[in-house]
Design a protein around this ligand. Structure first.
Ligand code: HPA
Length: 247
């Protein structure tokens, strides 16, 4: 069964999601962002968790990523598609682009970023050379092809701390580092999933040009409008991917 972690703009799957079970928010790592909803979306079984909470009250740096991942693992989840709103940096990433990044650079700080912090567990170092699941990335791009939905199949996600957006100089630095998109929630989520041996991929929706790419300030209204429009394109992709994972 696939789990979807919804980002900004994706707080529910809609009326055609039939709830069957709800997992408790309490975990040994604290509370999850919301109840994890398990049920059927049309003909497909899946689980759903909105990472900012059901009404978007949890900012990126205060999300309990460990509780969220722990609870999903505890439910037996082996595959996660994470939906993340991002700012576009490279020229192939204008607003409303959908992308499946293959790399991450982590600029976040002060977040609980491991299950192996040495208190009562053995120190463990995971391989993270390719941070996303090749299998799930393949599934998403295959569904994109089937649906005729254009997707950028590669990219490097720069994970900043937020909640403010970046300065133009910071985005220039991200660009020089090789980031093609920037968001605030990609890490430590991806690394925690790897620690728990969960197949994990990111489906990123570009909702604005990153700071300084255009010679104007970033409009929050435009971001919200793009989120709303983009999420309509994302849902059929998620449904198709959930079907393939179920097979
Ligand atoms: N920067 C960081 N996170 C984001 C952005 C951005 O420009 N847009 C959406 N999430």
């Amino acid at each position: 069964m696939l789990a979807i972690i919804g980002g900004s703009g994706l707080y529910s799957l809609g009326d055609d999601f039939e709830l069957q079970q709800q997992a408790d928010r309490d975990t040994p790592c604290g509370e999850t962002s919301a109840d994890i909803l398990q049920g059927k979306w049309q003909d497909v079984a899946l689980a759903f968790l909105p990472r900012h909470g059901p009404d978007h009250k949890i900012p990126p740096h205060r999300i309990n990523y460990r509780a969220n991942l722990w609870a999903l693992k505890n439910m037996g989840i082996k595959h996660i598609i994470a939906v993340n709103a991002v700012g576009g940096i490279s020229t192939d990433m204008p607003p409303l682009t959908l992308a499946v990044p293959d790399q991450i650079i982590d600029y976040s700080s002060g977040r609980e970023n491991t299950f192996f912090d040495g208190d009562d567990t053995l120190v463990k170092h995971i391989d993270f050379s390719w941070p996303y699941s090749a299998q799930l990335r393949g599934i998403i791009t295959e569904v994109g092809l089937q649906l005729g939905q254009p997707l950028v199949a590669f990219g490097t996600y720069g994970a900043t701390n937020g909640p403010r957006l970046e300065t133009a100089a910071e985005v220039e630095r991200l660009q020089a580092d090789g980031c093609t998109m920037v968001g605030m929630t990609g890490m430590p989520e991806a690394a925690l999933a790897r620690e728990l041996e969960i197949e994990y991929a990111c489906l990123a929706l570009v909702v604005n040009w990153a700071a300084g790419i255009e010679d104007r300030t970033i409009s929050m209204q435009e971001i919200l409008a793009n989120m709303e429009r983009g999420m309509h394109q994302i849902k059929p992709l998620l449904l198709g991917a959930a079907r393939l994972v179920q097979k």
